[in-house]
Design a protein around this ligand. Structure first.
Ligand code: ADP
Ligand code: MG
Ligand code: MG
Length: 883
């Protein structure tokens, strides 16, 4: 087996298509090399080695060592240096790289190969002793931290002591001999903490770092990140070992990161930051404040230090050419890492850049307009669930705002919440349903769970490409980074800014689009969905086959849904209309009535309300289908339980209180969810469903007469299990309709159907289709009844199932395609066999979940129905499913 793939010197063993084997980083380093771009030579140890490592008691394949030796020898030949050589040492970086970029993984170790001898060689070779010892001290800190598990603080202390001693405040003022002494002390720190000296053999160093990368695949951070992003453990990580280039060799050297387009807004302009005389992660770590790459970027940010364009125009020009090559080669916005060593450009990484939803839309639409990608590709470039970011409110521009501190607009959007300083605390409070804003000096991968739990993130340090900014954009959290005015005192649980102090738990608001931190809660406004959003949605609508409807019962929800492009209502639950304060008394009176006459008296009081509800809804949905589900919940839920409630009801209805109490007791159920509910109500008390059908059809007639356009009511009977039930309900509905139309001397089109939410209904769908003109899969209940798991109580054990990998995802969130989906397929097939034109839809929560929508496309359903705010997500997901 080939375990090792080399790259560099204008060629490579691998290419960009080999991400599974080489990891994203390794595959793209190979691709860039083969493209002839300047990439420091190196080699990648494959993800299969990681898999082997874990399958074989954390050991390597027998022939790995020889393959690494051979690959290293090639690198040495191309670079003209030798690993471990005292005169002319080759130094390398050891970098982790999974298929998908994963912030939970091991940090990169730079300058590996340095020891007490090779550092002298590097000093001679470069003619710069300060540079050599600066590199050595960086290596000792990084290696000790990342591979040996020591804390950064141990080294910071030593460094600070030396700075105090020398009366120096910034690292750049330290001289060669200062770094030399610091290195001596750093090595004693290692010996003191670990009981053995810092490893001097470069080969030991390399295998130590390689082992640490593989070990990091199973660390808690990485596991958490994988769970959050659905990344399977079986993927494994690759390790890339790459010859070093140095951005810390003086004023003509630099290191930086760039995006070919703006990852926040999508603006088609090079965007990024760099630092002169710096190395590696200095830019993202927020230790020094980086400068803009472009002149225009610098001017926009109001920076005084020169941009790369101005400071090193020649390399910058070359960089722009490379960057453009990369974008047109990958046909997508790239996120790029580079280093300039004494005026010479080196490319260290490229990947498709993470971006906000807004940016994703603009980049996709722009690339299509530029002819780089097709409209279909543009559709597939935008993650449907990311649209969520755009559908939610932003800060009202006219609202009064008190700016507490200003920073960088790192990730757009607005959020209000309680101040929290600690990631664990953020997670805890969010778990209790609190909105929190995480406030940190800077963030690191250890904070990811807290960032995820928070509504927004503020950091005091770090630039637009700092960890906090990148992760927040990826998660769709609002973020203000580098708010230097904020001084955090974590121990006291407060931050101060502009002379005011804010305690943990106080409410603040952040405006991630402006980069401002605001006092208190600021009013928000609804988003405007125009421009790129509309363009892309238009393209999506052209290709999708599935119709998209909304679950809505209030006029407000219905209007929102229409605004988001819903093509009708897939589920209008009538009981919500019953719980209204002004109606509940009549509903209770109806339920507690002794006989049909009593029920009819009460129903007559409810009917006018019910009809007027439908009139409002139907006006909004004129011309479109509206599925109305007749009364479904257990009667139990309407029964007054306290004596006080019963006495009130007795007074308002004139019925004897004792009699009401007796009825309430009679109606008590042990297991109401499996009790007197659904169409069993309509079978036992047909007058209830008759009243509802009448209200629906009379309302439709009224809308037809006033607006000239009738909605198309689809009258849905819930919880049907038997063909004969459906027959009874169909006849009840048609009989009522006939009477309504006769009374009115006019008619409207309507359908009668059922919700499929019991396994028996799915299995015997052919029986139901004899009488049902449509099926709507009620996958919330169908999941419940298929698994025998109560949705309301599953929280108690679901986490254990997820932790143990028995459930991959919550079946109430993502459709269980094998089980519940299997029943849907059976029902669709058997229903169509009897009634080919039977209309099929889904109306559970799953109707708004992209992967479940893909299943609905495959199963050949006619429409999906979801909550109003998910309608655009469903439109896009349906289009992607159709491609
Ligand atoms: P991450 O996955 O966290 O981005 P990387 O492996 O990309 O980690 O390394 C982080 C940074 O270290 C790079 O952006 C680059 O600046 C620096 N770096 C990595 N390898 C080299 C190298 N061979 N020469 C110079 N700098 C390097
Ligand atoms: Mg990193
Ligand atoms: Mg990187």
């Amino acid at each position: 087996t080939q375990w090792v793939y080399g790259f560099g010197g204008g060629s490579a063993d691998g290419d960009a298509s080999m991400k599974n084997l080489l990891g994203g980083k390794g595959a793209n380093l190979a691709e860039m090399s083969a493209l002839g771009l300047p990439v420091p030579p190196g080699f990648t140890i494959t993800t299969e080695v990681c898999t082997h490592y874990y399958a074989n008691g954390e050991t390597y394949p027998a022939d790995l060592e020889d393959q690494v030796k051979a690959a290293l020898a090639k690198v040495e030949a191309v670079v003209g240096k030798t690993f471990g050589d005292v005169e002319n040492p080759l130094l390398v970086s050891v970098r982790s790289g999974a298929r998908a970029s994963m912030p939970g993984m091991m940090d990169t170790v730079l300058n590996l190969g340095l020891n007490d001898q090779t550092v002298e060689g590097l000093a001679k070779l470069s003619g710069d002793r300060r540079f050599a010892f600066d590199s050595y001290r960086r290596f000792i800190t990084m290696y000790s931290n990342v591979v040996l598990g020591l804390s950064h603080d141990d080294f910071e202390e030593v460094l600070d002591a030396h700075k105090d001693r020398l009366g120096v405040s910034v690292d750049t003022d330290l001289k060669a001999e200062d770094w030399e002494r610091i290195v001596v002390d750093y090595k004693s720190v290692v010996e003191r903490e670990l009981g053995h000296p810092f490893p001097q053999d470069p080969r030991d160093q390399m295998w130590g770092a390689v082992g640490a990368v593989f070990a990091s695949w199973m660390n808690e951070r990485a596991k958490f990140y994988r769970r959050m992003h659905d990344i399977p453990e079986s993927w494994g990580t690759a390790v890339s070992v790459q010859s070093m280039v140095f951005g810390n060799m003086g004023e003509t050297s630099a290191t930086g990161v760039a995006f070919t387009r703006n990852p926040s807004t999508g603006e088609a302009r090079l965007y990024g930051e760099f630092l002169i005389n710096a190395q590696g992660e200095d830019v993202v770590a927020g230790i020094r404040t980086p400068q803009s790459l472009t002149k225009i970027g610098r001017e926009e940010m109001g920076e005084t230090a020169p941009s790369m364009e101005e400071a090193m125009p020649e390399v910058f020009g070359q960089f722009v050419t490379v960057v453009n090559t990369l974008e047109s080669h990958y046909r997508d916005m790239q996120d790029i890492e580079f280093t300039v060593e004494q005026g010479r450009l080196w490319m260290l990484q490229t990947r498709n850049g993470k971006r906000t939803a807004k940016s994703a839309l603009k980049v996709a639409v722009d690339l299509a307009a530029e002819g780089v990608i097709t409209q279909e590709e543009a559709i597939s470039r935008v993650e449907p669930s990311a649209l969520d970011q755009l559908l939610h409110p932003t800060l009202d521009p006219d609202a009064a705002r008190t700016v507490v501190a200003a920073g960088l607009p790192a990730s757009p959007g607005a959020a209000t919440g309680k101040i929290v300083f600690d990631a664990d605390e953020a997670e805890r409070l969010a778990g209790l349903g609190e909105a929190v804003i995480l406030v940190r000096e800077e963030t690191s991968p250890e904070d990811i769970h807290g960032m995820h739990a928070a509504r927004g993130i503020i950091t005091a340090r770090g630039g637009m490409t700092s960890h906090a900014a990148v992760v927040a954009r990826g998660m769709g959290r609002a973020c203000v980074s580098g708010a230097g005015e904020i001084h955090i005192d974590e121990a006291k649980g407060v931050f101060t800014a502009r002379g005011r102090s804010f305690k943990a738990g106080e409410i603040i608001t952040i405006d991630g689009s402006k980069g401002e931190v605001l006092d208190g809660a600021v009013p928000m406004i609804e988003p405007e969905l125009t421009g790129d959003f509309q363009t892309l949605m238009g393209w999506a609508d052209k290709v999708r086959r599935l119709k998209v409807r909304a679950n809505a019962e209030t006029p407000l929800d219905a209007k929102t849904a229409r605004g988001f492009g819903a093509e009708g209502i897939g589920l209008c639950r009538t009981e919500h209309m019953f719980f209204d304060d002004t109606r509940i008394a009549a509903v209770r009176e109806m339920i507690l009535a002794d006989d049909e006459a009593g029920r009819r008296t009460a129903l007559a009081k409810i009917a006018p309300f019910q009809k007027s509800d439908f009139v409002e809804l139907f006006e909004i949905m004129a011309g479109l289908p509206v599925t109305v589900r007749l009364l479904d919940p257990p009667l139990h839920e309407f029964i007054p339980h306290t004596d006080e409630d019963i006495d009130a009801l007795a007074a308002s209805s004139g019925i004897d209180a004792e009699k009401l109490k007796r009825r309430a007791k009679e109606l008590h159920e042990t297991n109401p969810m499996l009790g007197h509910r659904g169409c069993r109500l309509g079978v036992a008390y047909p007058e209830i469903y008759e009243m509802q059908v009448r209200a629906v059809l009379e309302a439709a007639l009224e809308v037809k007469q006033t607006s000239g356009l009738a909605p198309i009511p689809e009258i849905m009977h819930p919880l049907v299990a038997l063909g004969l039930e459906m027959k009874y309900l169909r006849e009840l509905t048609d009989r009522t309709a006939k009477a309504v139309f006769a009374d009115a001397g006019d008619s409207v089109e309507y359908l009668v159907g059922t919700m499929i939410e019991l396994p028996r209904a799915a299995i015997r769908a052919g029986d139901l289709a004899e009488y049902a003109q449509f099926f709507s899969f009620g996958t919330n209940d169908l999941t419940q009844t298929t698994f025998g798991i109560s949705r309301d109580d599953s929280g108690r054990f679901l986490q254990a199932y997820l932790d143990k990998g028995i459930f991959e995802t919550d079946p109430f969130v993502r459709l269980d395609q094998d089980g519940v989906g299997g029943l849907i397929e059976i029902a669709a097939e058997r229903g169509r066999a009897v009634r080919p034109e039977v209309k099929l839809g889904i109306c559970g929560e799953h109707g708004g979940d992209p992967s479940s929508i893909a299943f609905c496309e495959k199963a050949g359903l006619d429409y999906v129905s979801c909550s109003p705010y998910r309608v655009p997500i469903a439109r896009l997901a349906a289009a992607q499913a159709a491609l």
